[in-house]
Unconditional design. Sequence first.
Length: 368
Amino acid sequence: MVRGVLSKNIYFPELYIEKSQIVLDRLKELRIDTIDNLRKEMIPISKLELQENQMWGFFEGRRLRGRSRSSLIFKKETTPQIAQLLGFIITDGSLSSTEGRVKLCQKELELILSYLKIINEEYCTKLTYSFDGKEANVGSIPLRYILTKYYGIPLGKKVKIVEVPYQISTSHNLEVLRRFIAGLFDGDGYVQYYYLKNGFLDHIAFCISTSSHKLVEEAVSILLRLGIKCSKLVRNDDKRMTLQTSGFENSLKFYQQIIPFIFHKKRKQTADLLFLGKDFAGKLFIPLSKELKVLFKEIRNNKLDSNLLDIESYSYVKSLRSIESWTYPSKGGYVRSIYVYKACLLLNRNPKEYIPSEHINFIRQAIK
């Protein structure tokens, strides 16, 4: 979703907090003894005269509400689920500048309902929504207040200056980081791939594209902490910046760490179709070692070359050459994992002794 500039004046409707002993003690401290101005069992936050550094500790575990009856319970902890919600709202959501509304700007209702479920479960509420076929509106003054004031998500329909919330960028919880990226990908992500004319799969990358360069740069840093290297590019026409995973290995890491968490059905289906096929399995490499040389020497000594290079099953093998031509050093001292796996099967060896388990799972899926 493209983000631009905030055009309306900012307005925060009155927020209320449930009456509890800590609230009454605060009122007593301020010498406010009367409760005539209190709204039933909820007290206007403005009456408590809290400083910013007092507010969130004071709100922890307390029920908050706005003008309507709908309320929620605030939690300071940024759980993995909340992290994913933040990622989605940052990329494909917006916070109203004049009222208590949160927009989820997606046409996929099933995707919207997945994020509404996170809101309701994490904040112990029962918020409803309206949907016009293009976006959903969730009315909640407390939710909008938390997203803006606590997590720093700018108000307005289109904002270029959005960044990764401090609670995410400083987190040491890897699941929080993964789920945040999953939220970004659900909002502004896509799978980029193409084949050569001869039918070979030549490129797969996961991309996240947005107008906020700062957001992309911070997301690249988060992915690097997860061991996933990415590149950045800026489009010439609209200056949007795109994050893109670098090479097959980093795309595989993204697929394994991020894609299991996304809710966007079509993007997940596309990723599964590409990564669970034999075309991708043939792109995986491991460093050539003495043990692997011995393994392939046994294949040659036992005259199993033709069994290893199953020409009919793998389109990229055009002729029965020596094993070295198709296994090493086809990538500067690396060997194709799929041939190591097949060699292990032919010699009754355990593939786990030679190949990383994450490679084995994809190869099994491809050749079964």
